[in-house]
Design a protein around this ligand. Structure first.
Ligand code: SAH
Length: 352
């Protein structure tokens, strides 16, 4: 196994590997690569889910516009600020503002919020607001936003088109990822693991692509079936051989995280809420010991958090920020790691 230079066949071999003693080798290499490149600090990013309105029809996501069962909300600037203050109080280095692709979030309104956060705090600011027009991305970057998260979900074109209907005459996710990098954002992307119809080969291709895109951040979580979506209600039947279908398990997610660490040694990689959702006892720790170095505690007010229902049973629903911090710290220390200070941005070898 050769860090950074894994072939597609090698990646697929590891994704298919089920022998625990062989897998121990993968976990060891991923953990070692993580330690050598990004150290033992676990960076905390406070997640604020600012709106669950969405104009898109993604077949996997509970926020999609066709879901009539969801009560919609959009936080006010003051409400967002109260959460930002909590991030400062808790000593986090970053806040992430995430939402559906909501054009009720006006460009200038958000630019003002970005400016205020950057002026009044020393937090790094990440946005995750979907496929917004390039002018919006430019305005927010100018206002001071540092990072942008936009998962490509799967690099299998046919599967992507099936689960993520596009909008005519608009740049796609890959084009936007290039634009974001050109604008000087730190760029995050990633995938869901175990989407119905996702093959081992295509997940291997996704992983290799992380390396080619030289991503600064990589988010990987299991696909969790949401009965209020077409993909979760069985409307979309995938035509794929069962031996080729990637399972949406915690083990498979960990393999994808470990391999992402090997192809992108310096990236910031969260142990995701989705992983903690399918394995509430130890999902967070498993991610952190198999390549991840970031956790994104949820700062969204509870009344809204329950409505940001991308998938059911989100792990963070029973985490109230204050009590949760102590618990999170204990969990991080229990695996011999420390909590990171500062903004925890991508460190490139050439910067050192
Ligand atoms: N509107 C933004 C943020 C979406 S939510 C965007 O589209 O980028 C963030 C991530 O949640 C998505 O990128 C997707 O990978 C994940 N997600 C959505 N539905 C999911 C599901 N059913 N199971 C697991 N993850 C899901």
């Amino acid at each position: 196994m050769n860090d950074c230079r894994l072939t597609l066949d090698e990646i697929e071999y590891w994704l298919r590997q089920e022998d625990p003693s062989r897998l121990d080798l993968l976990w060891m290499r991923a953990d070692q690569t993580r330690r050598q490149n990004v150290g033992d600090a676990v960076h905390l990013r406070g997640l604020i889910e600012i709106s669950n309105y969405c104009s898109r029809r993604c077949r996997y996501c509970g926020l999609n516009i066709e879901n009539r069962h969801l009560q919609r909300y959009r936080m006010t600037a003051d409400e967002i600020f109260t959460c930002v203050e909590k991030a400062v109080e808790f000593g986090y280095g970053t806040v992430v503002l995430q939402a559906g692709e909501d054009y009720g979030i006006k460009t200038e309104w958000l630019a003002d919020i970005v400016r205020r956060i950057k002026k009044q705090t020393s937090l790094a600011l990440t946005l995750s607001l979907g496929e917004r027009p390039i002018e919006d991305l430019i305005a927010w970057r100018k206002a001071g936003a540092d990072r942008y998260l936009l998962r490509f979900e799967t690099s299998d074109k046919a599967l992507y088109e099936r689960i993520h209907p596009s909008v005519a005459n608009r740049p796609g996710r890959f084009e936007l990822l290039t634009v974001l990098a050109q604008l000087g954002f730190e760029v995050g992307s990633g995938v869901m693991v175990g989407i119905p119809g996702q093959s081992f080969r295509s997940l291997a291709e996704d992983t290799a692509l992380f390396g080619r895109l030289d991503l600064d951040m990589i988010g990987i979580g299991p696909f969790i079936s949401n009965p209020l979506t077409p993909l979760g209600s069985g409307e979309l039947i995938p035509s794929i051989d069962s031996a080729e279908q990637v399972p949406n398990t915690d083990l498979m997610t960990c393999k994808a995280v470990a391999l992402a660490r090997l192809v992108c040694p310096q990236a910031n990689i969260p142990s995701t809420t989705a992983l903690a959702t399918i394995n509430p006892d130890s999902g967070r720790e498993l991610g952190l010991t198999r390549g991840a170095n970031v956790v994104m505690p949820n700062l969204t007010p509870l009344c809204y958090r329950t409505l940001y229902e991308i998938y059911p049973g989100k792990a963070c629903l029973n985490e109230t920020a204050d009590g949760y911090n102590g618990c999170l710290q204990a969990r991080i220390e229990s695996i011999g790691r420390t909590i990171g200070f500062g903004s925890g941005g991508r460190i490139r070898k050439s910067d050192e």
